[in-house]
Write a protein that binds this ligand. Structure first.
Ligand SMILES: *[C@@H]1O[C@H](CO)[C@@H](O)[C@H](O)[C@H]1NC(C)=O
Ligand SMILES: *[C@@H]1O[C@H](CO)[C@@H](O)[C@H](O)[C@H]1NC(C)=O
Ligand SMILES: *[C@@H]1O[C@H](CO)[C@@H](O)[C@H](O)[C@H]1NC(C)=O
Length: 405
């Protein structure tokens, strides 16, 4: 079974990666991969992802044979990059996302007066596990309620880092997730976006060629309903619900256009292959966590991290607002890649990392209790059920059965 798992996985790996070496523990030792790729257009981060795919299968077949009978290399879903989708697959996905935006909200009006559709909601738990569950539930809803037959795509940041506006996901064509915002109608008094704010910027991102409403591609009439909660776009209308204490902040109805300001300045510095590879070589979960999110003094050291950089690669409203950002359908492409990078890091050393956990039970609240594997997560009214963080640690277990190529 062990050999079969390796052979099965190699079929998924890039051609340049056909002769894996295993350590005495049978897993791929990624330090042997620390060489320049044979072909200059193969990303180092993708080679590590291919090694992770093989390791995960070996690990799962050995340590969890019962689960491996149910979910294995033959029936697992393989999530792919948008560029690998055919034209008709892209159109099917776009159609399903448009369908979802017309499904009525399940959240009662008194809990979210502004909710206009099923995915007008974003509550957060422990960052990585919660977003894995959230992205998966979104994929499930597209399939169950909008007749989508495929799976959630991801956006491979380093592949498009030098020119994100030219990527198939953002080029504004009929098979993209919409293009840039209009240059002419950006906030005219805004010359940069500050992280964390304009008034106290630690990092100042110069505005790009966009900034206004998205007017190209299938999402040019897309409506954003909730938020903003934490935005640095100076000319967005404020949300009618501003009260911190009643749980409704940002949840009032504030229907407006989708704005983007695609920033190659951001992506070329912070989501290139070198940055992602460095992240994937993080020694422990704490290092990985902060490198990914740009936490613990990162911004004051002029370090953005891939999570923040991914949000500011499209910028705008609500893309650059962490709390309201799922209102831009591109959110799930970015978080698909966040999940893929976490999955890669986990499975480069699955024995020690599958259950490695860091951070509190709420994103961006460092004084909340530390998360444990037994803490439960739910998606409010957006998706039924409750799982534990432990259930979300492996993409081949818990409610999931997927991998990445
Ligand atoms: C920019 O203009 C908007 C609306 O005109 C205003 O609300 C905002 O405070 C201004 N921002 C700055 C930084 O001057
Ligand atoms: C952060 O978590 C602590 C402890 O659970 C809680 O008392 C506090 O209100 C939270 N802060 C915010 C901003 O949610
Ligand atoms: C939470 O985890 C951090 C890092 O592992 C640790 O330093 C801290 O003491 C923990 N906090 C509590 C309340 O256990």
């Amino acid at each position: 079974m062990r050999t079969a798992a390796v052979i099965g996985a190699i079929l998924l790996a890039p051609a340049s990666f056909a002769a894996p070496q295993t350590t005495s523990e049978e897993y791929l030792d990624y330090s042997v991969l620390n060489t320049t790729p044979a072909s200059s257009n193969v990303l180092q981060a993708d080679i590590l992802a291919a090694a992770a795919a093989i390791n995960q299968q070996i690990y799962q077949s050995i340590t969890n044979p019962t689960q491996w009978k149910k979910c294995n290399r033959n029936n697992a879903i393989y999530r792919r990059e948008w560029a690998a989708f055919s034209t008709s697959e892209k159109k099917d996905y776009i159609k399903a996302v448009q369908c979802m935006s017309k499904l009525p909200p399940k959240t009662p009006k008194d809990k979210c007066p502004g909710c206009q559709n099923r995915y007008d909601i974003h509550n957060t738990g422990n960052f990585l596990a919660w977003h894995r569950y959230f992205t998966w539930a979104y994929e499930q809803t597209l399939r169950k309620e909008c007749g989508y037959k495929g799976y959630q795509p991801y956006y491979n940041w380093p592949r498009w880092a030098s020119n994100p506006a030219a990527s198939p996901a953002l080029d504004g064509s009929a098979t993209s997730m919409g293009g840039n915002g209009l240059g002419g109608d950006r906030c005219t008094n805004q010359t940069f976006y500050g992280i964390p704010t304009q008034a106290q910027p630690l990092i100042s991102i110069p505005h790009g060629a966009g900034g206004g409403c998205v007017n190209s591609g299938p999402f040019s009439d897309w409506k954003v309903n909730l938020g903003p909660v934490f935005t640095d776009v100076t000319c967005t209308p404020s949300n009618p619900e501003q009260d911190f204490t009643n749980g409704l902040m940002g949840l009032g109805r504030n229907t407006r256009c989708l704005r983007r300001d695609i920033s190659a300045w951001t992506s070329s510095q912070w989501t290139n292959d070198q940055q992602v590879t460095k992240l994937l070589k993080s020694r422990d979960m704490k290092t990985f966590w902060y490198d990914m999110q740009g936490g613990e003094n990162a911004f004051s050291n002029n370090f953005m991290g891939v999570h923040t950089a991914g949000h500011f690669t499209i910028g705008g409203d609500p893309g650059s607002d962490f709390v309201s950002s799922p209102g831009d359908p591109w959110f799930f492409f970015h978080h698909g890649q966040i999940d893929r990078v976490w999955w890669t890091w986990q499975n480069l050393d699955p024995k020690h990392r599958v259950n490695a956990i860091y951070g509190t039970i709420f994103l961006a609240n460092t004084t909340a209790p530390n998360a444990t594997l037994e803490d439960s997560m739910n998606l409010g009214y957006a998706y039924p059920g409750t799982i534990t963080i432990r259930d979300a640690m492996s993409t081949l277990a818990g409610p999931f059965c997927y991998s990445y190529i």
